[in-house]
Design a protein around this ligand. Structure first.
Ligand SMILES: [Zn+2]
Length: 101
């Protein structure tokens, strides 16, 4: 037995080693599907299951909540490009009113 000081360094599914990388992860929500590319994650070397850190999960949760407001059935975004910016009110207003005159 060697001391297991590492935390979350083993895959809970298969026990394989995890290593840092990026993954493309689909999120299935009740009324939309979001595919996020380039998500920083710890990836299992055996079964390739990606595990996100809490910080990444928080950011993605914010992004998903914003995307749901647009009512798009399928969204494909890049983690590195997507920014939790304030809602673009001008565009939303234009859509809501059926476009500018
Ligand atoms: Zn695994």
């Amino acid at each position: 037995m060697t001391g297991e000081l590492e935390r979350n360094s083993r895959c809970p599914l298969c026990g394989g080693r995890l290593r840092p990388g990026v993954a493309t992860i689909p999120f299935l929500l009740p009324d939309t599907v979001v595919l996020i590319k380039d998500v920083p994650a710890e990836i299992c070397r055996s079964c390739h299951e990606p595990y996100m850190t809490g910080k990444v999960t928080d950011r993605i949760t914010t992004l998903l909540n914003q995307l749901r407001a647009f009512r798009v059935e399928v969204s494909i975004i890049s983690y590195s490009e997507a920014r939790p910016v304030p809602t673009p009110t001008t565009r939303v207003t234009a859509l809501a009113t059926g476009g500018a005159p």
